[in-house]
Design a protein around this ligand. Structure first.
Ligand code: FES
Ligand SMILES: [Fe+2]
Length: 384
């Protein structure tokens, strides 16, 4: 194919071969507390997760899923005491990655060790550290503890998992700076929009209102009676906390949304999201649960709107941008720090960077367009 003179060439690039360094979330810690080994597909591999029998409730083992003896699948084994036992010849592996026992052998070979991952339970979720360079876990980079979450002040987590095929997880990250897609994809007016990147964190501050030309059940944030004030921070490459104030006809609810993912292959990932809602004063538990479930469905439908775009779009290394698009290139530079060796992190990947998108022109246009849609609908309604 020859390009017409002056036509911009869309550079699809190649998906990176390595996986990001940082804390990743395996899911709710409770999922792994049943005394059985569990499988997690990630980083092009399979990990085994289990809880050692004698351990305190927040201690877990996470190892490469394949036994170093003859490659048995540890996720199909059993938990025996503190160890995970391989289904092939019953070698016992400890949470520290060492082979502790071979019941039929006189002794365990020296240096019988496998790949292990350090874990932390935070806000009821099991996080583990991944670094292709094999560094020790950096606890300074953990997401913060959320005061009140896990107590009676908040609902339990609503937790969902979605497999995404055919997209690199950078598509998800790009959303951090994407003001305009809130109107087109999520059916809301983004009235204010600002980003701050610094160190291993990237934040989006946003306010939005629903579009009155979309039915309240159009999904996403389209409800016209709803104003959202949102602050969303990525703590590293794969784990975001989104603090939301949802103002529904003057009734304000505090919602915390977790958006995290595990890359599974070069162009696939597992998206997980969780919702917890601060129980409003004077509301009974049943009503609160109902509200939390509704918000979980709403944000869930919002993710699916993004997923549809990702699964059909092309990857683009050289997006062609206008002023209202926000700092896509700076965000991607920030994201690159997780894909290079620590020694190669450049100052501009981690420097503080702040940018506010001027949403004036966009909202003027969008309000006219919405008004026109409403006029047309009314005319059609009258005619029909
Ligand atoms: S392959 Fe695991 S014990 Fe032999
Ligand atoms: Fe989105």
């Amino acid at each position: 194919m020859t390009a017409a003179a002056g036509a911009r060439v869309l550079d699809r690039g190649l998906a990176p071969e390595r996986y990001a360094r940082g804390w990743h979330c395996a899911g709710l810690a409770d999922t792994f507390r049943d005394g059985r080994p569990h499988a997690i597909e990630t980083f092009g591999a399979k990990l085994v997760v289990w809880q050692p029998a004698g351990a305190d409730p927040d201690t877990f083992g996470v190892l490469d899923g394949y036994c170093r003896h003859m490659g048995g699948d540890l996720t199909q084994g059993q938990v025996k005491g503190d160890e995970v036992a391989c289904p092939f010849h019953d070698w016992r592996w400890g949470a520290d990655g060492r082979c502790k026992q071979i019941p039929y052998a006189r002794r365990v070979p020296l240096r019988a060790r496998t790949q292990r991952y350090e874990t932390v339970v935070r806000n009821g979720q099991l996080l583990f550290w991944h670094d292709p360079e094999g560094s020790a876990a950096d606890h300074d980079l953990l997401p913060p503890e959320l005061p009140g979450v896990g107590t009676d002040a908040y609902t339990e987590w609503f937790w969902e998992t979605v497999e995404i095929e055919g997209s690199h997880c950078r598509e998800l990250i790009d959303n951090v700076v994407d003001m305009a897609h809130f109107y087109y994809v999520h059916f809301a007016f983004p009235t204010s929009f600002r980003n701050v990147f610094e160190g291993t964190r990237a934040t989006q501050f946003m306010e939005s209102k629903g579009r009155p030309d979309k039915a309240a059940d159009a999904g996403g944030y389209s409800d016209v009676d709803m104003v959202l004030r949102s602050e969303a921070t990525y703590y590293g490459p794969a784990y975001m906390i989104n603090w939301l104030e949802v103002d529904y006809k003057g009734f304000v609810t505090e919602v915390i949304l977790i958006n995290c993912h595990l890359p599974t292959g070069p162009d696939s990932f597992t998206l997980q999201y969780g919702i917890t809602v601060k129980k409003p004063e004077g509301l009974d538990d049943k009503t609160t649960q109902y509200i939390a479930k509704r918000y979980a469905e709403m944000f869930g439908s919002g993710f699916l709107q993004d997923v549809h775009i990702w699964q059909n779009k092309a990857p683009v290394q050289n997006p062609l941008l206008c002023e209202e698009d926000g700092p896509v290139y700076q965000l991607r530079r920030w994201y690159e720090q997780f894909y290079v060796d620590v020694a190669d992190i450049a100052p501009d990947m981690v420097a503080r960077f702040e940018f506010e998108v001027d949403t004036t022109k966009a909202n003027e246009f969008w309000h006219e367009e919405v008004a026109e849609n409403l006029r047309r609908r009314e005319a059609e309604g009258v005619a029909g």
